[in-house]
Design a protein around this ligand. Structure first.
Ligand code: GLC
Ligand code: CA
Length: 727
């Protein structure tokens, strides 16, 4: 198999959240000059591309995801010239820059919206989505439908000037653009995309890329959370009717004309739906973020309802995220943190074994297939904010609104204190604020982030966790990341581009997987990764035979048959091996079952394909007969039968003549007949009528419906809750 290496597939991408990264001028707010001062640090870490979260001019109601001008920079972050210096500084180091593309909505301070809201007849009125109010039985004004905002409450905002509501799926000051209007799309292409491509920007992370096309009926959505007035609107807003047309247009008119990359944030969708965005032949985006891993344990549609998870759920999520591109021309991403997620070491590691568990997560991330994204501070294992901090320290609109609605709903309950504690436990685990505290550069005041008090509080642990204390320590998490990223590049065929197989689904403590090129049975070298996610010492079961070489481990003193808990640095809790000879491996029962199901799914797809081909064949036959008939040759009626079976993992197709006397089933066999008997044939199509030799292995409709029932469940990307009234 030849691998199509591409710069954006190979890349390690480092996300910078400008407000909290590095302050260069002592005003307590991060800025572009601060970023520029760290480029050598990032280069040395192994970063190829920076993804910079919004640095555009903005009132900052959603930390810059509310843009008032795509063509200028938020003055506190710097100027257009600073941006050019950043772009050039990266390019001169062989690095690149990707910006955030926020074009589902603008800020209400954008000049387009100011015009739009000014009157119903303004030429830009339909650049946004305006609807008349509804009135209830008491004559009280109500929003046009029951769609909820991702930031709590209704998704509609009333505007007095014209007595109408505008749609805003996020904050009240983030009105949704009307993508149905081609003028809007063209204006966005010019202002938000081409403006920056012309300045040398190398691509975009595309914000809320699944939301542009709203179902134009604007009807109520079904009720999912009976305790809430407003409901998740995904059914009519996510992956809407024209979404692929819009992405194809953006690609053909703009992005395909530059050597750039795109990565979309797409929420809830099935594997099939996801592939439509990123299959190379579709010409839409290069890759999308899937949220299986980061949202494991969360309740879909409500970030602050949380069920918890075990290691088996986690493995399944990792598997789904990787298997998503198997056998396709699509590409995927690997990440476990971003500006909308809590810190991974707190969420998936272990506080008592902080360093070793952070290294373990680094090993996981750097051995998975896809483009790797890491988030500022992840390389030094920054943690969530302390549980002791009160809600007043939380600044994110998502958290703040949720808490507000929660208090409104339950504040008067006798057991409010208890309810509030439960909510704070979840906020402490998953709020977006955890990713947004200032980067801890050293142990001086404010963690070396700024010389003045920062806009948001620095984590209390900056003296223990910071860049300066790790940079020269060969055992630090930071230096572990540097090595992990090198190993990833060194063995990129396996680690970046390879396939992935879990060997121990049943194991609740250890996560073992293989990385291999193409066929797992082939003799190509494999990487064998063993991660002990538990606090126990467990027996190391070698699941793969063959000769191995240890290339990377988070313990220096590896003991052959023991995987020790996080804190035991002397022993092995991780092992990654490269093998150059034939080997065999064993799957536990659950893994075997898992892969059987996957294989079945592939077979079903193959089956559908064959049936389609067969239909084509039958069309040809009919055509041929039509030609024959028209040349006045009288032909004997012919029925053809196709039987398809699955045996030993192979789809067999047989096309043969059907004895006219025997009825048959169309549930698995496709039939055609050119004579008037075709009607009769179909009336005989009951499964009970199938002759034994035609007996299907399972009905096609059954197979088809099963396929639809079991989509890969890709959980939402929006970092939010979808309704109101909290908890
Ligand atoms: C995306 C961003 C998030 C933002 C939202 C609205 O989900 O990642 O931070 O709040 O879009 O733009
Ligand atoms: Ca500053």
């Amino acid at each position: 198999m030849t691998i199509a290496y591409t710069w954006w597939k190979d890349a390690t991408i480092y996300q910078i959240w400008p407000a909290s990264y590095k302050d260069s001028n002592g005003d307590g707010i991060g800025d572009i000059k601060g970023i520029i001062s760290t480029l050598d640090y990032l280069k040395d870490l192994g970063v190829d591309i920076i993804w910079l979260s919004p640095m555009y001019d903005s009132p900052q109601d959603d930390m810059g995801y509310d843009i008032s001008d795509y063509e200028s920079v938020y003055p506190k972050y710097g100027t257009l010239d600073d941006m050019q210096t950043l772009i050039d500084g990266l390019h001169s180091r062989g690095m690149r820059l990707v910006l955030d593309l926020v074009i589902n909505h603008t800020s209400s301070e954008h000049k387009w919206f100011k015009e739009s809201r000014s009157s119903k007849t303004n030429p830009k009125r339909d650049w946004y989505i305006w609807k008349a109010p509804k009135y209830d039985a008491d004559g009280k004004r109500q929003p046009p439908n029951n769609w909820g905002s991702h930031f709590s409450g209704s998704a509609w905002e009333y505007d007095e000037t014209t007595d109408e509501y505008y749609l805003r799926l996020f904050a009240p000051t983030q009105p949704d653009l009307n993508w149905e209007n081609p003028k809007v799309r063209d204006a966005l292409y010019d202002s938000a995309l081409k403006f920056w491509f012309e300045r040398g920007v190398d691509g975009f992370r595309i914000d809320t890329a699944g939301l542009y096309s709203k179902d134009q009926k604007f009807q109520d959505v079904p009720i999912i959370f009976p305790d809430k007035t407003y409901q998740p609107s995904d059914l009519y807003t996510q992956n809407g009717p024209r979404i692929h047309e819009f992405h194809k247009e953006m690609y053909s008119k703009v992005t395909s004309n530059y050597d750039v990359m795109t990565v979309g944030e797409v929420g809830h969708c099935s594997r099939e739906a996801a592939l439509k965005y990123v299959s190379a032949k579709e010409g839409e985006m290069n890759m999308i973020f899937l949220f299986n891993v980061v949202e494991v344990g969360s309740v879909r549609g409500d970030r602050f309802k949380y069920n918890g998870y075990n290691l088996i759920d986690f493995k399944k999520a990792v598997e789904d995220q990787g298997a998503f591109i198997e056998g396709t021309d699509a590409w995927s991403t690997v990440f476990i943190e971003n500006h909308d997620q809590p810190r991974s070491v707190t969420r998936f590691g272990n506080g008592k074994h902080h360093n070793t568990s952070a290294k373990l997560l680094s090993l996981l991330q750097t051995t998975l297939t896809g483009t790797l994204f890491i988030y500022q501070g992840q390389e030094i294992a920054m943690t969530n904010l302390p549980r002791s901090w009160s809600i007043d320290e939380y600044k994110d609109i998502n958290t703040v609104n949720y808490y507000k609605y929660f208090k409104e709903a339950y504040g008067k309950d006798k057991d409010f204190a208890e309810k509030e504690k439960a909510l704070m436990d979840v906020i402490d685990l998953v709020a977006r604020d955890h990713a947004r505290s200032p980067v801890q550069w050293d142990s001086s005041a404010y963690g070396g982030f700024s010389t003045a008090e920062p806009w948001t509080r620095v984590n209390d642990n900056y003296k223990e966790i910071n860049v300066a204390s790790q940079i020269d320590d060969p055992n630090s998490v930071l230096n572990f990341w540097r090595k992990s990223l090198k190993v990833r590049k060194q063995f990129k065929d396996l680690l970046i581009y390879g396939s992935f197989k879990v060997l121990d689904y049943e194991n609740e403590k250890v996560f073992t997987y293989l990385k291999y090129q193409s066929d797992p049975e082939s003799s190509s070298p494999k990487a064998y990764v063993v991660l002990n996610f538990s606090t126990d010492s467990v027996k190391f079961d070698k699941l793969v035979d063959g000769k191995f070489e240890l290339v990377h481990s988070n313990v220096s003193d590896v003991v052959e048959d023991t995987l020790t808990p996080y804190e035991e640095r002397k022993h092995r809790e991780y092992k990654q091996v490269m093998e150059s000879q034939n080997s065999s491996y064993k799957l536990d029962e659950r893994s075997a079952r898992f892969y059987e199901t996957l294989r079945e799914k592939e077979l079903r797809e193959e089956l559908d394909q064959k049936i389609e081909e067969t239909n084509e064949l039958d069309k040809f036959r009919r055509l041929k007969r039509a030609v024959n008939t028209s040349s006045a040759k009288v032909e004997k009626p012919v029925s053809s039968k196709v039987s398809i079976s699955i045996s030993r993992g192979v789809v067999n197709t047989k096309i043969g003549k059907l004895p006219k006397s025997k009825p048959f089933s169309t549930s698995t066999s496709t039939s055609t007949s050119t004579n008037s008997n075709s009607q009769n044939n179909s009336s005989n199509n009951s499964p009970g009528n199938s002759s034994p030799e035609n007996k299907p292995q399972g009905s096609l409709s059954e197979l088809r419906s099963k396929r639809q029932d079991t989509p890969l469940d890709l959980v939402s990307g929006y970092s939010s809750d979808d309704g109101e009234e909290g908890g």
